[in-house]
Design a protein around this ligand. Sequence first.
Ligand SMILES: Nc1ncnc2c1ncn2[C@@H]1O[C@H](COP(=O)(O)OP(=O)(O)OP(=O)(O)O)[C@@H](O)[C@H]1O
Length: 363
Amino acid sequence: MSGPILCLDGITVSYDGMLVLDVPSLEVQEGETVAVIGPNGAGKSTLLRVLGLLERPSEGRVIFGGRPIQPYGNLLLDRRRMASVFQEPLLIDGTVETNVALGLRLRHIDSAEVSRRAQEIMVILGIGHLATRRARTLSGGEAQRVSLARALVLDPEVFLLDEPFAALDPPTREALLLDLKTILDKRRITTIFVTHDRNEALLLGHRVAVMMNGRVQQMEAPERVFAEPVNEEVARFVGIETILRGHVQSVSLGLAVVEVPGWTLEVAEPLIPGERVLVCLRPEEITLFPRGATPTTSSARNRLYGKVVRHLPSGSTYRVTIDCGILIVATVTRQSWEQLGLEDGAGVTAAFKATAPHVIRCA
Ligand SMILES: Nc1ncnc2c1ncn2[C@@H]1O[C@H](COP(=O)(O)OP(=O)(O)OP(=O)(O)O)[C@@H](O)[C@H]1O
């Protein structure tokens, strides 16, 4: 990666006086994939359209390749350096090959070269055998592969994807996602990828931008965003269900004692006595034991006692809600649930290590 290819500077977008995008500054580095996640209406697509020069911001500048874009200038040449794929494949009525070659023909590329490049990208995307099929006879997954091929054949400097897999069934989506990852890793195309799906963001994003209410709340490596969210909204969005409000009572030898309602926790974070904090616990960090069966050898310094309120299936695990005076959510494998003899209403100990929580300081 060699510096920013796209920069936003003081960007806002308002519709009828309502501010829907407010991005003081944002840089996309050449060759990176930025996954943009956030709830409905957060402004993800608006951000993508502004970055893709498809929407003129109300205020601010888009800088592409070091050059500020003239908002009222002719954007065709700059837009041609980018390619987009949306949730709907939007194919024309013609063969797969016609669709894949469309952008190259519009650019008046020599027809032998068009054919060579179209064939090559169709093979890479596993649709070579569909070249002569009419686009309207394709399945959703095949059509989206054609749509990706039509964009990638252009060798775009910037690739924009807006929920491209949202309408596909899970196995189709997974196969396509892995193929796309291979292509992006190999070609190092700068990519902005909007998705609702946290797992897609984790898999594809070199960085993840979390949007809420038109603002980018956090933009960092996925592991940081998911393990160290900057505020409560981001924490909830990345799947942290247990968020306990407390204050730091004391700190000694790197261990902070944090009071939360009804309990005193030990947390290995560099905190300051008196600070107000949110203690965030991922469900997989919490171990459950039947009441009275907590092993004395466990290194978990925190043990909270309560009752199972409910358990909900989630893939091969259960998401278990425990009422300890405060509600805590843990995951256990179905096998452990059976082996431990757990059931709704049962008394349990929820244990976690001092290193397990992520702590957010309250303003
Ligand atoms: N052309 C428009 N006119 C008026 N309001 C709009 C327009 N486009 C978007 N909005 C509003 O701007 C806000 C952000 O929309 P946007 O589509 O960018 O969000 P999003 O995060 O992509 O949402 P989703 O995940 O539901 O697609 C929403 O409140 C939306 O209703």
